[in-house]
Design a protein. Structure first.
Length: 538
């Protein structure tokens, strides 16, 4: 059954007229919730002062630096310090109460403000934040997208489709926050899905801005850490599954189960699942047993509810697709290259269709859709190679990105991040060697690790694949990232494709505890300009 999109709020005219302050995104007003009501909601076992019933809470945060007057400060245990150590700073900034665990209570015994004590403050803060900000998710149609790869691209395509169909939209994801396509400035404390206090405040901002449909990337970390516990999604999509984040989850099964937890009756009302992926087929079986309404998507499998009956490049360089749905055929054009992006587009349109939006109007929005750092074309002018920048940082994503530019000689620049799953470094090198004619290994975000040692592991995987597959791939250690891009440009002719992988939209590089400015898009332009100015042959 289609999910009905909520009507546009009366008197709303689109984006908020003035951008929220960069320190924290908060709604302009909240009604205020009594501390006793929050205590009852959480089942708190202790209030350490006696006049708690008259305390009113108007906001919530777990970052003591972002406390606003009237806030509940959530003090969580951390790797190095317990958040309760900063409760005094929070109170000094206007916090009217603290939520913590038993260990935190011992550190706040002389605080002089109410302290709520629960066994699991992380879980409790999600429900509290939703109550404090007025359950904003209930005022919008909520879309969730999870999977190893494709979350950001699918979210941008879904946003473009919804806006083409006349909806006011919000987007929450890896690249940032959008309201009707306009970025919202904010300090971020997480990479993809915000912590629940930040998330609920952001959802309230979107409601104030007139948003009808909210598109959210939901990471495995967010699901494991309860960041979306107080949100029930109208439609949730599964893009694919591959190796990633094992430094956090421990093993692939735990990683998959974290993602699969989104597809349960308490979290989602309906589901869209890619059945070209083996784990997607597992999810479909589970959803059927749980009686969650589900539709399937595939690139070409006619047994799927939504599948392409044809794809072809047109004269403008766009991909023309004919999509078969359970009720009709719809044609659309897509500006992003690669079969996997066609699948992402089909997923987005299936989500739109489940909600009863005009599919033809929605599909018209995909031709002009672009995603920063996702197969982003960098035009260097005449006599230059075709250059793409992409976020691919898993073996699966590297393979897909290189396949998307097949047909020409491919020069790939890539590396791996430090302080993350080291066992994927060899497979990433192997994927690059199998998919490109030239592989230039470089630094990604080394963080606290030795970048030379990281490159050595990627190079070993690439060379092993070259030997086992008897490939002619040229494999080079390009050194630091700028040097590697410069070298790759020297190796790329005007008929070649240069694809720079791993960092995508990022504009900083984490090295030795510091973040230095670095944009792949900007650096490739700078190096090409320096090369042509110096008179080097193109």
């Amino acid at each position: 059954m289609p999910v009905e999109l909520l009507p546009h709020p009366v008197g709303s005219v689109g984006p908020v007229s003035s951008a929220p302050r960069a320190s924290a995104l908060r709604p302009r007003a909240t009604p205020g919730v009594g501390l006793s009501q929050l205590s009852d909601l959480a089942g708190a076992t202790a209030l350490t002062t006696r006049e708690d019933v008259r305390t009113v809470v108007t906001g919530v945060t777990l970052d003591s630096r972002l406390v606003a007057p009237g806030d509940l400060y959530v003090a969580l245990p951390g790797h190095a310090h317990h958040g309760a150590r900063f409760a005094g700073d929070a109170v000094g900034s206007g916090a009217v109460a603290v939520l913590t665990d038993a260990a935190g209570e011992r550190l706040t015994s002389d605080l002089g403000q109410p302290v709520l004590v629960v066994d699991d403050p992380r879980h409790a803060m999600a429900a509290m934040a939703a109550l404090i900000y007025g359950h904003p998710a209930r005022a919008m149609t909520m879309f969730a997208i999870t999977g190893t790869n494709g979350k950001t691209t699918t979210s941008y395509l879904l946003d473009a489709a919804l806006r083409a169909a006349g909806q006011h939209t919000g987007v929450i994801g890896t690249i940032g926050y959008l309201l009707d396509g306009v970025p919202l400035e904010a300090v971020r404390t997480t990479v993809t899905t915000p912590e629940s206090p930040e998330l609920q405040a952001l959802l309230a901002v979107l409601v104030e801005g007139g948003v009808q449909a909210c598109v959210m990337e939901v990471s495995s970390h967010a699901l494991a850490l309860g960041r979306v516990d107080a949100v029930t999604f109208d439609v949730s999509a599964f893009t694919n599954f591959g190796r990633d984040h094992l430094d956090f989850h421990g093993d692939e099964e735990s990683y998959f189960e974290a993602k699969a937890s989104l597809f349960t009756p308490g979290r989602t009302r309906s589901a869209v699942v890619n059945v070209d992926d083996a784990r997607g087929r597992v999810l479909v079986d589970r959803l059927a047993r749980a009686s969650v309404p589900t539709v399937t998507v595939s690139l070409l499998d006619p047994a799927a509810d939504y599948h392409a009956t044809s794809t072809a490049l047109d004269a403008d360089g766009l991909t023309s697709v004919v999509l078969r749905t359970p009720t009709e055929e719809v044609g659309f054009r897509l500006g992003l290259p690669g079969d996997y992006n066609v699948r992402n587009a089909i997923t987005a349109l299936a989500m739109v269709d489940v909600c009863g939006v005009d599919l033809g109007r929605a599909a018209d929005g995909l031709a002009a859709a672009r995603v920063p750092g996702r197969m982003q074309r960098v035009d260097l002018g005449a006599d230059a190679p075709a250059v793409f920048v992409d976020f691919a940082h898993t073996p699966q994503a590297v393979t897909a990105a290189l396949a998307a530019v097949a047909g020409r000689r491919r020069v790939a620049v890539l590396g791996c991040g430090g302080d993350r799953d080291p066992d994927k470094r060899g497979p990433i090198g192997s994927a690059a060697a199998a998919g490109a004619e030239v592989v230039v290994v470089t630094d990604d975000n080394p963080r606290s690790e030795d970048p030379v040692a990281i490159r050595r592991q990627v190079l070993a995987g690439a060379r092993a694949a070259r030997e086992s597959g008897r490939l002619a791939t040229e494999i080079l250690d390009g050194g630091d990232r700028r040097s590697a891009i410069r070298r790759a440009l020297q190796l790329s002719g005007p008929r070649d494709v240069l694809i720079i992988l791993g960092k995508g939209h990022e504009v900083g590089q984490e090295i030795g505890g510091h973040t230095v400015a670095f944009s792949d898009v900007d650096v490739v332009r700078e190096e090409w300009a320096a090369r042509t100015t110096a008179g080097a042959p193109p």
